[in-house]
Design a protein around this ligand. Structure first.
Ligand code: SAH
Length: 257
């Protein structure tokens, strides 16, 4: 996977690209990254990247030429395979696990991280393939959203997360939330580890985990169940659980009863 970033704050990415799983992926070459200062694509003496909005009003707008120049020049750095060009933006498609997987399959990404009111609209017309949002709230810059995207897609690269199995079991992967995890000590302030996890019986442990996944999803994100890949006995188990816990099953599931 090869990702290049365009920003006015390249220094924000330094610790990110040198720490933990991302740091290791960069060091061993499974993730290739580059960060570029938008100002290096300016042509005026002051290296300015923003200006007042046409039409008046508050807030500065990022001027189009440095983005367009930067995008065109950086696109050359992907060895003939044009990158997918993503503008971080609260107006974009909200990021979710399925989109993360789609992005990871693209292999080459160029991420634009604006500040202020965002870029002149013509940047979108000229050099952006897709706008992506990390949620319905507004941050002051695209750098943190880009890091969120990079960390999420990096987890899809084989070997980046130590135990591949752990990505397979992560929340959302199979349409359900993850099951609860426990580690030593065995007792924490009178709270015991569930007995089944100490049993050594792998079939029982698997069944318990699947049940807990279903239960967590039912309680915390019932909306996910409508699209989850469920066996008939799991649908039945869910409706028993829903009754016991006094919660409603999402509509899609009810008529399977
Ligand atoms: N005036 C713009 C917001 C600008 S915020 C608007 O209302 O649409 C400045 C920059 O922060 C944006 O250009 C974008 O790159 C980034 N940003 C803010 N919130 C974001 C979000 N939820 N997802 C992705 N990027 C975001």
């Amino acid at each position: 996977m090869h990702i290049e970033v365009l920003t006015i704050f390249p220094e924000l990415f330094e610790p990110f690209f040198s720490t933990s799983l991302i740091g290791r992926a960069v060091a061993d070459g499974s993730l290739r990254v580059g960060v570029h200062d938008l100002r290096s694509f300016t042509e005026d003496r002051h290296r300015s990247v923003d200006d007042e909005p046409y039409g008046g009003g508050g807030g500065m707008v990022m001027t189009a030429p440095p983005w367009i120049r930067g995008a065109r020049e950086l696109a050359q750095g992907f060895e003939g395979r044009p990158p997918w060009r993503v503008l971080m933006s609260p107006q974009g498609r909200p990021l979710n696990e399925q989109r993360v997987r789609e992005l990871a399959r693209r292999e080459n990404l160029l991420l634009f991280c604006p500040r202020y009111e965002g870029p002149d609209e013509r940047v979108l017309d000229a050099v952006v393939d897709e706008e992506i949002s990390i949620g319905d709230f507004v941050l002051s810059g695209g750098e943190l959203p880009a890091m969120v995207l990079i960390e999420a897609v990096s987890r899809q690269i084989p070997g980046v997360v130590g135990l591949e199995d752990s990505v397979e079991r992560d929340s959302f992967r199979n349409g359900l939330l993850d099951f609860p995890h426990y580690t030593r000590p065995r007792v924490v302030e009178d709270m015991e580890v569930p007995e089944v996890l100490l049993s050594g019986n792998h079939a029982h442990i698997e069944a318990w985990r699947r049940k807990k996944s279903l239960e967590a999803t039912l309680l915390k994100r019932p909306d996910l169940l409508a699209d989850a890949d469920l066996a008939d006995d799991e649908r039945r188990a869910l409706s028993v659980m829903a009754e016991r816990l006094g919660v409603h099953l999402p509509t899609g599931l009810q008529h399977h009863e």
